[in-house]
Design a protein around this ligand. Structure first.
Ligand code: PGA
Length: 264
């Protein structure tokens, strides 16, 4: 992935139904094809499960990738309500968000579950987007670094990065998600270095350089996006609230495209 591109992963959470997802996708495809096709901005859309198929059809023959918001670790069987990595793959999914803080909080996902999901995602040829980040209580207790290191190391434990695998790690400080109050870029930069260090503890440096990418998430918007993606180790962003309307998301993408252009 060290190709100078910036990836923007849109996490639509449970915000849009099929009709709304379809409508937003139509606008984004048009904007992307018109303004961003030649830029170094790569885009992945993660609608909710009910919209994956429809949005996947709309993204066919475009440069925009399809992503899912979660996956189950088993391949097939009696697991009511779950979806396997190969089922996602069959819908054209290429990225999957794993270990999002909302799932860790509301569904009690732990590092072991996250680890199994990452294994399953790789086995099906998907690119996992491993989400890590501290809560406010963990930060104020001085445990930020420990939590981030633990989530990366436990999440990836025993998982080799064979040459065809790509990994995205999203640093998302839990306490700023959805608040409109993003963290100071130096704090994000500090965490990106920690994540990089954890990855280097697990994998050869060349593999980390070529097959991994660290991104930032948490109240990213048009105004602050450049302050994160201009950090040396941040190669993109995971965007929630600002990605669910064309009015907010298209200007955000355009801002990155013009930055990439200026910098080249
Ligand atoms: P937010 O969400 O941009 O609305 O803070 C980001 C996320 O939860 O991935």
């Amino acid at each position: 992935m060290p190709d100078g591109t910036t990836i923007i992963i849109a996490n639509w959470k449970m915000a849009l139904d099929v009709i709304e997802s379809q409508s937003l996708t139509r606008k984004l495809v048009a904007a992307y094809e018109h303004d961003l096709r030649e830029s170094r901005v790569r885009l992945a859309l993660c609608p909710s499960y009910d919209s994956l198929s429809v949005v996947g059809q709309q993204l066919k023959n475009t440069q925009i990738a399809l992503g899912a918001q979660d996956v189950f670790w088993q391949e097939k069987g009696a697991y009511t309500g779950e979806i396997s990595a190969s089922m996602l793959r069959a819908l054209g999914v290429s990225y999957v968000i794993i270990g999002h803080s909302e799932r860790r909080k509301y569904l009690h996902e732990d590092d072991q579950m996250v680890n199994q999901k990452i294994k399953a995602a790789f086995a099906a040829g998907l690119t996992p987007v491993l989400c890590v980040g501290e809560t406010y209580a963990e930060r104020t207790a001085g445990n930020t670094d420990l939590v981030i290191m633990r989530q990366v190391i436990e999440g990836l434990k025993g998982i080799p990065l064979t040459p065809e695998r790509q990994l995205v790690v999203a640093y998302e400080p839990v306490w700023v998600i959805g608040t409109g109050q993003a963290i100071q870029p130096p704090m994000a930069e500090h965490s990106s270095h920690l994540i990089r260090q954890a990855l280097i503890d697990l994998y050869p440096v060349a593999v980390v350089q070529q097959q991994t990418r660290i991104i930032y998430g948490g109240s990213v918007d048009e105004q602050n996006i450049l302050s994160y993606i201009s950090l040396p180790l941040m190669k993109g962003a995971l965007v929630g609230g600002a990605s669910i309307t064309a009015e907010k998301f298209i200007p955000l993408l355009a801002r990155i495209a013009s930055y990439g252009h200026d910098a080249s």
